[in-house]
Design a binder for this molecule. Structure first.
Ligand SMILES: [Zn+2]
Length: 147
């Protein structure tokens, strides 16, 4: 199997690099290939997710800090994510913005969604008083959003 080194510094959007989407403690999903080498797999974040986060970031003009992006199955279980969490396929991210509450962030996202600025947004809800979850659906645009 051809091994490709992942460049974690790869820029995915103006203000987001690949590294930001992975928790340093997440070892990824590993198994052994036919040659006995351990292979690590990490799903890429969906470009639709990156675009959604960049649009939000550009709108509020403040750094967006991802608290949880792409998770391996093991990591998802550790953090008690739902069994079919969109974090495992790179379609969801949780984030904080310093100086803003989750409710303030939610209101920004809801307004942007209302203006059609977030065409891939499928889910948005508050995880805590500061953390907001956004999920994208790349196949179907669902007009569902809740707090
Ligand atoms: Zn989440």
């Amino acid at each position: 199997m051809k091994k490709e080194k992942i460049n974690m510094n790869k820029k995915l959007a103006t203000n987001f690099r690949l590294r930001e989407f992975y928790n340093p403690n997440d070892k990824g999903t590993t198994w052994r290939d036919r040659d006995g080498n351990t292979v690590t797999v990490r799903p890429m974040p969906a470009q639709e997710l990156v675009d959604t986060l960049q649009a939000i970031r550009s709108r509020i003009n403040k750094p967006v800090h991802l608290t949880s992006g792409v998770r391996s199955e093991q990591r998802n279980a550790q953090v008690r994510g739902s069994a079919r969490s969109a974090h495992m396929s790179g379609h969801a991210a949780d984030f904080v913005v310093h100086g803003m509450t989750a409710t303030q962030l939610f209101n920004v996202v809801r307004a942007m969604h209302g203006y059609g600025m977030l065409p891939h947004l499928a889910f948005c809800y508050r995880i805590s008083s500061t953390v907001l979850h956004v999920g994208v659906d790349v196949w179907i645009r669902r007009n569902s959003i809740w707090g």
